[in-house]
Write a protein that binds this ligand. Structure first.
Ligand SMILES: [Zn+2]
Length: 253
């Protein structure tokens, strides 16, 4: 017996199957990540073709049999189509989608992560700098999955101001004195500590603490944003434990 359910869903991965089918991974608010078999949706005759593209946000009717999901109807809410007209934005959105596929799980409430994803795709349609959007998405995503870095201050001497070094594995800060000058400390040299200047640290603290409606509400010069993006990316890849082809492609542009 199969049952029919309705859910909202954002298409974060698609795989072509056979002549005209797709398997689409949707991120849903209450069921988490689901893989849905979408029959015939690559046929130009399909009335569901417009709602079954990558980054489409839909109201879905899905039939469930055991752990298999098959698409019934897909009613398009938002297609973020504007992202496709800019190769850098499209590449960045693909990296976001890959990160979402990597960290989200099935059968769990993922509504906060879905909300972050939708906000980030909306902001990609604006003219906000991509380095800012990327850093915010990465850091907030890590916060949502319980990998928020401890940005309060040096983990050894507890000082809170100045320049720090982030341990990208432990997610903690050490100040310059504690890293270079204190004797008797044996620091793990296999950890590639990442320099975090005071302005970047202030921005990172803002990103992890801001109410979700305000996460993108800051601006900065390009040099500074590039530094922020570099720290955020190193921390993200270190925490996730792998790289992404989509990120390599975005970087190559
Ligand atoms: Zn210290």
């Amino acid at each position: 017996m199969s049952e029919s359910i309705k859910t909202l869903g954002l298409a974060i991965r698609e795989i072509a199957v056979g002549e005209s089918d797709k398997i689409i991974t949707f991120l849903t608010p209450s069921m988490g990540k689901i893989s849905v078999y979408c029959r015939g949706v690559r046929s130009i005759k399909s009335h569901r073709i417009a709602a079954t593209q990558l980054f489409c946000y839909d109201e879905l009717t899905v039939s469930v049999k055991g752990d298999r999901y098959t698409l019934g109807e897909a009613c398009l809410i938002e297609n973020f189509f504007g992202i496709r007209s800019d190769i850098e934005k499209f590449a960045l959105a693909q990296y976001f989608a890959d990160l979402l596929c990597e960290v989200t799980v099935e059968n769990e409430d993922q509504s906060e992560i879905l909300s972050l994803a939708l906000n980030s795709l909306h902001i990609l349609l604006s003219d906000k700098p991509l380095a800012l959007i990327k850093s915010v998405f990465e850091l907030r995503l890590l916060c949502e999955i319980g990998l928020m870095p401890d940005l309060s201050g040096c983990e050894i001497c507890n000082c809170t101001d100045g320049e720090f070094y982030l341990d990208p594995i432990g997610g903690t800060l050490k100040c310059r004195e504690c890293i270079f000058e204190r004797s008797g400390e044996v620091l793990d040299s296999s950890r590639a500590y990442v320099f975090v200047g005071s302005h970047v640290l202030r921005a990172m603290r803002y990103i992890v603490d801001a109410p979700k409606k305000r996460i993108f509400a800051f601006s900065a010069e390009n040099d500074f944003l590039n530094e922020l993006a570099s720290v955020s990316e190193k921390y993200t890849l270190s925490q996730i434990g792998r790289g992404f082809d989509s990120l390599d492609f975005y970087r190559s542009l």
